[in-house]
Design a protein around this ligand. Structure first.
Ligand SMILES: Cc1ncc(COP(=O)(O)O)c(C=O)c1O
Length: 386
């Protein structure tokens, strides 16, 4: 029998350090398991939108993310961001969470934080819909409306409160699980296996990115089109391959940013369509009146208008297949804004010239934009060649 002799290296006891980064592991584990269990985001339903006979062979779907318990697709993001921060050791017990948000993400994060016993602070643009602010406070969050840059103000508040800055505009793309079989993309593709295009506006860009990644991961040709509102920097950042592009920032709550956010990944976007604010509101209002059970917010209108353009491009190219966009949130949050003509007039958003365009599309399949607008829908091109 051979015996092995182990030589032990003796360390100075002072070097045997532990808990340089103390965390309450039981608390972290409990939070993560509750998010994955009783508070897991729901699967949401799909609404197929009737298309005119001219567009036979094409289908259009809206995924109703407004069915999530906190009312928007941001419910999935809040779950993902909190899980990512907890599992990464960045969110530790006793510290408040701070977020910069146009409202929807903050509502969903407030919903989760209340259930997990975490103090929550939302830094929001001063013009955010009062209905959204009321929901944040209803879920126990504190609201900090600011006129300046919400991200910079959120960082200052984080320092003042010694909190954790969730930073959705940086972390959304990496927090979303894009390989798993739970989430918006797998749900959508299970229901619509021949999905050709996913169309949506970008706030963080996280939803579009997670769908694009899942498409690549599962070996599909699924393409992603991002619809961008007036005064957003995303379109020029993508078209010109210029991550430093800036603009004033958008009027369509939740989408369109004054800069190209880190979470928006241009190479994953096959096409971008600029959508005038009037067109977004026209599509939103047409949908609300159309008996489709889609009374939604304006970012849904932007996606719906873009989906019309993509369908027209597919029709022109003789293609068949399905296009999907997202019902991001419910119109209840915007009754005093985008559903209020006086508010729209004050913001100089004119949806009236666009109403016949949307109506004719859904009744005849024809494209009849207002005179001053570009006449032909662009074919479905890919600028980043992926
Ligand atoms: C109402 C609404 N629609 C759409 C979006 C865009 O989603 P994403 O952040 O995944 O790009 C947001 C994001 O804040 C939103 O609040």
């Amino acid at each position: 029998m051979t015996t092995t002799t182990h030589t032990e290296v003796e360390h100075d006891v002072d070097e045997d350090v532990s808990d340089v980064y103390p965390e309450d592991r039981a608390w972290v584990n409990e939070c993560v398991q509750r998010i994955r269990g009783e508070f897991a985001p729901l699967g949401t339903s799909l609404r197929e939108i009737p298309l005119p006979p001219k567009l036979a062979g094409l289908r259009l779907y809206l995924k109703r993310e407004s069915e999530q318990p906190s009312g928007s697709h941001k419910h999935r993001l809040a779950a993902a961001l909190l899980t990512h921060a907890l599992a990464s050791g960045r969110l530790t017990p006793g510290r408040p969470v701070i977020e910069a948000s146009s409202g929807s993400t903050a509502i969903s994060e407030a919903w989760y934080c209340e259930r997990l016993g975490i103090d929550f602070h939302a830094v929001v643009p001063s013009g955010t819909a009062p209905e959204k602010l009321a929901l944040i406070t209803q879920y126990g969050g504190q609201v900090h409306p600011v006129d300046g840059d919400i991200v910079e103000e959120a960082k200052k508040l984080t320092t003042a409160l010694d909190g954790h800055f969730m930073d959705q505009f940086t972390y959304a793309e990496r927090a979303y699980d894009w390989r798993g079989e739970e989430g918006l993309a797998p749900e959508l593709i299970r229901a619509v296996p021949d999905l050709a295009w996913f169309v949506m506006g970008a706030g963080t860009g996280g939803t579009a990115t997670s769908v694009a990644r899942y498409g690549r991961y599962t070996g599909r040709t699924l393409r992603v089109c991002v619809t961008d509102p007036d005064h957003s920097a995303f379109f020029r950042g993508w078209r010109d391959k210029n991550p430093a592009a800036t603009d004033k920032g958008s009027h369509i709550e939740g989408i369109g940013r004054p800069r190209v956010e880190p979470s928006f990944l241009p190479p994953l976007v096959n096409r971008m369509i600029q959508v005038h604010d009037g067109a977004s509101v026209a599509a939103m209002r047409f949908a609300a009146a159309a008996n489709w059970d889609i009374v939604a917010g304006p970012s849904t209108g932007t996606g719906l208008f873009g989906a019309m353009r993509v369908l027209l491009g597919m029709h022109a190219a003789g293609q068949t297949g399905a296009v999907a966009t997202v019902m991001c949130d419910s119109g209840d949050r915007y009754v005093n804004e985008y559903y209020n003509d006086a508010w729209l007039a004050d913001k100089q958003i004119d949806h009236k010239p666009w109403m016949p365009t949307v109506e004719r599309f859904f009744t005849t399949g024809d494209w009849t934009p207002p005179a001053a607008y570009e006449p032909t829908p662009k074919p479905a091109t890919t600028m980043w060649n992926m």
